[in-house]
Write a protein that binds this ligand. Sequence first.
Ligand SMILES: [Zn+2]
Length: 223
Amino acid sequence: MGININDLLFLSDGYCYCCKEELYNKKYFCRTCLGLFEYVDTVKSIGEYKCYSPYLYTGRISELIQEFKFNNSVYLYKAFGELLVNYIINKDMKFDSLISVPLTKKKLSKRGYNQSQLLAEYIGDRLGIEILNNILIKNKNTKDQHLLKVSDRAKNLKNSFRVVNGDKLRNKNILLIDDIITSGYTIKTILDVLDKFEPESIKALTIASSKIESKYKFDFKNI
Ligand SMILES: [Zn+2]
């Protein structure tokens, strides 16, 4: 018996998490709202790594991601998590372990939750994939990358992540989960740190990918 994608998608809670219309088929998003999300299935190359993103960071889905991150709409993790589960199954991607992008203790206590960790935990629970929490630590309060000039972004992140119990990464197929990718520099920095511990493979997955104007693009070869 194959897995029925519809059975995986239509789990919960009786109303659309986007427009709040009542749903009779127990999806998280109604068909109309799903149709508003721009599905692009992007694969960004970040140096030697790949980052997969089903959606473009624009329009309604970008507003929802903002709400998820900054307006305490924590419940959206289920809806976004389910979109990512669906994406992983459709693409037949296989991973041994999931890691989320950490926040510093200070930022975590201010926000009250880590949106990337909630996504990773949802995906891990649904697909039975190990979640490696507390392996990757963010130990430096950095400025928000998007507020900085491109030339300052590398310096901002330097030495801001470290790994503990890195032996758990060895020979594993690792997927890093985040909400969005913009320039990709944060993700590149993290994957470089993880890669030192010799995983078998290492990729990233985000809900959405922003379009980047060329003047904001990194040349990863020269970092
Ligand atoms: Zn809706």
